[in-house]
Write a protein that binds this ligand. Structure first.
Ligand SMILES: [Zn+2]
Length: 289
């Protein structure tokens, strides 16, 4: 038996990268649900019995999202939209057994917003990357490129917050928060499962050379180099499947934008770990040494 919950829905809009990087305050550089004025009211029905995956930090379920005022873009453009609903969890310790434990509402909210912030930055970086590629293509004036550019994007997503009816109706009253979900566009899983292209912590493709997806993996490695180069070694997306954003201490005055997911050593090792490929050469990226 599933019941639908009334929610506030905060859509992840795309913010230009220069605005994210230009902010000296960590707060300005983060996806925010602090302004209920930017929320749309709606409802969500989560099918908790339909477990579509369990990740390291999140469980995923199918659900249906309805926004009271239909959105112009992204999620919520149609009523009762099929979505993937993700919810943060922690595993019980060995002593507690192996089941999934939920966080107290305030922690769940904070952790979910942090996850949304990763996607927020990742989408912004991806848009920045394609804009640099478009510019390069127009510069070359070539009719046919020596490389194939795959068009990839991150899923449309948003944060849904439900409240206890009695306590209040918006997040300015933090104590009323009941549940927080990361809501993503539903993507049919490929028959062979999701392919992990570039591993978090290793700057080179994981796939074999003769894998048909090898080109895409190489392209993603190139986008890391491009992002690293174009931002003067400030930031790049690592782990495209479950994005991690690597930032140097010069971003947002060294404030920790992404919680504990930011592995400093990955950032430092990137120049020596990355091996340039045909995309890097085509774009004219200088070698990292
Ligand atoms: Zn390169």
């Amino acid at each position: 038996m599933h019941t639908s919950e009334r929610i506030e829905f905060y859509q992840l809009k795309q913010c230009p990268l220069y605005e994210l990087l230009g902010s000296n305050e960590a707060q300005g550089a983060q996806f925010s649900t602090c302004d209920p004025g930017h929320a749309s009211q709606g409802s969500i029905l989560v099918e908790f019995s339909q477990n579509i995956g369990v990740g390291t930090f999140k469980t995923a379920h199918t659900g249906h999202l309805t926004s009271t005022h239909l959105a112009q873009s992204g999620l919520g453009m149609t009523p009762n939209e099929l979505v993937a609903v993700k919810r943060m969890y922690r595993r019980r310790t060995a002593a507690e057994g192996s089941a999934v434990l939920r966080f107290p509402p305030a922690d769940e909210y904070a952790k979910t917003v942090q996850e949304a912030n990763l996607l927020y930055w990742a989408s912004s970086l991806m848009e920045f990357t394609y804009s640099a590629i478009r510019h390069r293509v127009s510069q070359t004036g070539q009719e046919t490129l020596p490389v194939t550019i795959p068009y990839l994007r991150f899923v449309h997503a948003g944060v849904a917050v439900s409240h206890d009816q009695v306590m209040g109706t918006n997040i300015s009253n933090a104590s009323s928060i009941r549940r927080t979900y990361l809501v993503e566009e539903f993507i049919e899983e490929a028959s062979d499962g999701f392919v992990k292209f570039v591993h978090n912590g290793d700057a080179n493709p994981l796939l074999d050379h003769d894998d048909p997806l090898y080109d895409i993996a190489e392209f993603l490695c190139f986008t890391q180099h491009l992002q690293y180069f174009k931002t003067d070694g400030s930031v790049f997306v690592s782990d495209l499947q479950d994005p991690q954003i690597m930032t140097s201490p010069k971003v947002a005055n060294g404030k920790d934008l992404f919680g504990d997911g930011n592995v400093a050593s990955v950032f430092e090792k990137f120049p020596e770990q990355h091996h340039c490929n045909e995309y890097c050469t085509w774009f004219g990226l200088p070698e990292l040494t």
